[in-house]
Design a protein around this ligand. Structure first.
Ligand SMILES: [Zn+2]
Length: 450
């Protein structure tokens, strides 16, 4: 070997060593890597949490704020947490809105008779007892409604706004009744906010304005909205009879659930993670969001089961009243404002195959999280996305706490969202367990960060 070649080889070895040590994530100690493997193994082999999720859903059903089923579910969860050996699980009182749906029906009288599926939107007023009978004006969007404002008086407005993104399309749910009432409509029906429908109506929150008359508002199915729109375009005049009994009762008391493992070295630095206990009053609220709650709980239980002693406090919170008030998230942020939350993680996008975490926060923390995310690659969840958070943690993140949301393959999430089909059957145990593993590894690793 010539001397020059020898020197070149040595130089090559040296540079490859240097570059290797640069790409190797420095935060990931052999110990942490080992723990992460153990958490993943135990999470993926587990059946406890998925069975517990099913028991919660099957025993208590849907859990709208103000309902007895929500409070009974909270009692059961607290008892189960104690049975897990946690001695600090407790409820924190929150006053929540209490809207009740009552009975509702939508009957098409012309051009042929049919009962159409509806779900009143949360917060809607009811119709007069005898119901509302009126002709339909169907529009594609608010612009068309404004253009045709002279045709609206005394009619039922049908918004047939196709799903683009949830954020954009949901405007019709929030503001539909306000815009329709401005021009004298007697009721508002929105096309359900979903990219896919099997004639399933989707409920959700809505608003009124103090300055505009309140009219009842409900969601109809994509199929019905398109049909009514086609009819009116053809010059037919569909006539509907709508009856709704929705009403808002006085606020009632609910609770956030708080559970934690105190940090062994920095107990005052808190990583909070969770989801929301309440749901809409249809289906089981299995996906939205019993699954996010139970996955977070299970992540903490596994950390405890493995006998790990996180350096920082890992706290699980199940917020109440996310769906129609966000009172739980607001109350938690207010009640715990003097504590030092270093990260807030929310799981409220379903527990499908995890892809990583969305993160909003400082760049140096993002860099550390990217290193931690390398531990999630075996789960297919090794990405840190540009932004992340969640509704319940928004009062924290708005106050400057770094926020994170578990990211999953959400391609079917809105098919089930806020419908009677949000039941255990649409969840998959292996995907759920992967989410548990990702949450456990992320929370534990952050608790160990220098
Ligand atoms: Zn939710």
């Amino acid at each position: 070997m010539s001397k020059k070649l020898y020197i070149n080889i040595i130089a090559l070895i040296l540079t490859s060593c240097v570059s290797n040590s640069r790409v190797e994530p420095e935060l990931i100690t052999p110990n942490l890597r080992e723990t992460s493997r153990a958490l993943q193994a135990v999470a993926l082999a587990d059946t406890t949490a998925f069975e517990r999720l099913a028991e919660l859903c099957d025993t208590f059903g849907h859990r709208l704020s103000g309902s007895q089923s929500l409070e009974d579910a909270i009692d059961w969860i607290l008892t189960e947490m104690e049975a897990d050996g946690f001695d600090n699980a407790h409820g924190e009182s929150v006053m929540v809105p209490h809207w009740v749906r009552g009975n509702e029906e939508l009957h098409m009288l012309e051009p042929w008779e049919e009962n159409l599926a509806i779900l009143g939107l949360g917060g809607s007023i009811g119709t007069p007892e005898e119901g509302i009978t009126a002709e339909v004006i169907a529009v594609s969007d608010f612009e068309e409604l404004a253009r045709r404002k002279d045709e609206v008086l005394g009619k039922i407005v049908v918004y047939n706004a196709p799903f683009t993104s949830y954020g954009k399309t949901v405007t019709y749910r929030y503001r539909g009744a306000i815009e329709a009432a401005k021009y004298g409509a007697v009721a508002s029906l929105i096309r359900s906010v979903t990219p896919k429908s099997l004639n399933t109506p989707h409920t959700g929150g809505m608003t009124y304005a103090d300055t505009v008359k309140k009219i009842p508002q409900a969601a109809i199915t994509v199929e019905a909205a398109e049909m009514l729109h086609r009819m009116t375009k053809r010059g037919q005049a569909p006539k509907l009879h709508l009856k709704m009994e929705g009403q808002t009762l006085p606020d009632t008391e609910s609770r956030n659930i708080v559970l934690e493992i105190r940090g062994s070295e920095k107990p005052d630095e808190i990583i909070v993670m969770g989801g929301h206990t309440d749901s809409w009053d249809v289906g089981q609220g299995a996906m939205d969001d019993a699954s996010g709650c139970v996955a977070s709980w299970e992540a903490l239980r596994l950390i405890k089961t493995l006998g790990l002693k996180p350096k920082r406090t890992i706290r699980v919170v199940f917020w109440t009243n996310e769906e129609n008030g966000l009172r739980g998230g607001k109350a938690y942020a207010e009640d715990h404002k003097d504590e030092n939350h270093i990260l807030a993680i929310e799981t409220d996008g379903g527990v499908f195959a995890p892809e990583g975490f969305g993160f909003t926060g400082p760049d140096d923390m993002r860099e550390k999280l990217q290193q931690i995310a390398s531990l999630l690659e075996p789960l297919g969840a090794g990405k840190i996305f540009d932004s992340g958070g969640g509704a319940d943690i928004s009062p924290l993140t708005n106050a400057g706490v770094p926020g994170m949301g578990l990211r999953v393959d959400g391609s079917t999430y809105f098919w089930y969202h806020h419908t009677a089909a949000d039941m255990m059957t649409m969840l998959d145990r292996d995907e759920f367990n992967k989410c548990v593993a990702a949450l456990a590894i992320m929370a534990y690793s952050v608790s160990e960060m220098e």
